[in-house]
Design a protein around this ligand. Sequence first.
Ligand code: URP
Ligand code: ZN
Ligand code: ZN
Length: 464
Amino acid sequence: MIRGGLVITASDEMAADILVEGEQIAAVAGARTGLGERWAAEADHVVDAGGHYVIPGGVDGHTHMEMPFGGTFASDTFETGTRAAAWGGTTTIIDFAIQTVGRSLREGLDAWHAKAEGRCAVDYGFHMILSDVGDQSLKEMDALVGEGVTSFKMFMAYPGVFYSDDGRILRAMQQAAGNGALTMMHAENGIAIDVLVQQALESGRTDPKYHGKVRHPLLEAEATHRAIQLSRVAGAPLYVVHVSAAEAVAELTQARDAGLTVFGETCPQYLFLTVDELARPEFEGAKYVCSTPLRPEEHQESLWRALRTNDLSVVSTDHCPFCFTSQKELGLGDFSKIPNGMPGVENRIDLLHQAVVEGRIGRRRWVELASTTPARMFGLHPRKGTIAPGADADIVVYDPHAEQVLSAETHHMNVDYNPYEGKRLTGKVRTVLSRGKVVVDSGEYLGRAGHGRFLERSTCQYLI
Ligand code: URP
Ligand code: ZN
Ligand code: ZN
């Protein structure tokens, strides 16, 4: 039983007690019903949440554990990455399985199952990255939807690696329109970006800061616009990942105002960091290389605004860590060889809580952005993303007053730097339950590799 906290969901806040039976929430009772007294007398274990928030465990809909990129692999495994997620109050991740060019979806998915199975601390699902759309992979999409892999990411960036041209994108979207899957898009015009990359390198502009220059905000906006029109032609919904440019937000706003079924996600790095980080001396800017890139500060107001108006409806991390020493250094002398990605799976809930502290969003919106909407978007609700009878007992007891300083010295992600090093935050995860099991409590890790299970997801619930 979890006793005496302020239970916060996307829709309500109430002083309530929660009864957990096995892996699920059995009942929720308002503090004044007196039911809590009875439960406390009989419960095997009472977690005191007095003075704390009680929220549904975070759902991070965008991670890349062990992702291959530019000859290396993201440094968090499913074991270390999901443990770090648990530390940070995230009890579900959805990672991206990858189809390699010339290979089947099945092969890619099997490889991801093999990496994750028996190793995860918290529950996990998969999206599938389509790198080679053709007759065979289109057919395979239907099969994957039947196995609970109900969302597919394509890339308008990275020609020669993950890139899909407009024809392939349209075909995959048509297939998704038929089978109910959600199309996720990395919206950047990679063909134009590659021209700018070559021009920069040829003129000797090789430092990390040029990563931010060549990936122009208008090339994000253009791709976002194109993705929206393609999805409209196909009659399929669209979810644009890691939105960072104000001009891209404007495309989403316009589409949503016109009644189109398009959604946008952003990530803490775009809300709390700016392109200035890329100019750090001694190649340190490489720590901040990710795509879409960090933007000038003026973009942040649009992102915050869109989070309030729901033109952006999810905050996930795009957790894709590469160590500074040995991995980011692959791009010394050529910014285009810096592995793209940043760590964040452990820090998302706390950073978003800071936005609550600073008055940018309310507490229920915090829960909605970090847990409820991603659960709905990716077919996990009401099992995940809320506190209600019958839901999985994925619960976080959150101390809204605790102070902490983010640092690589104390984080649990398997990476040698923290992008927010030294940042002071108010609020900290105290206790975390994953399917009824206490996995983190007061600075102690009590979970185990293999507790986390694969989640077969249904199709996006926003569309029904
Ligand atoms: O830089 C990033 N975002 N790396 C991960 C791959 C992706 O595009 O999401
Ligand atoms: Zn991407
Ligand atoms: Zn990503």
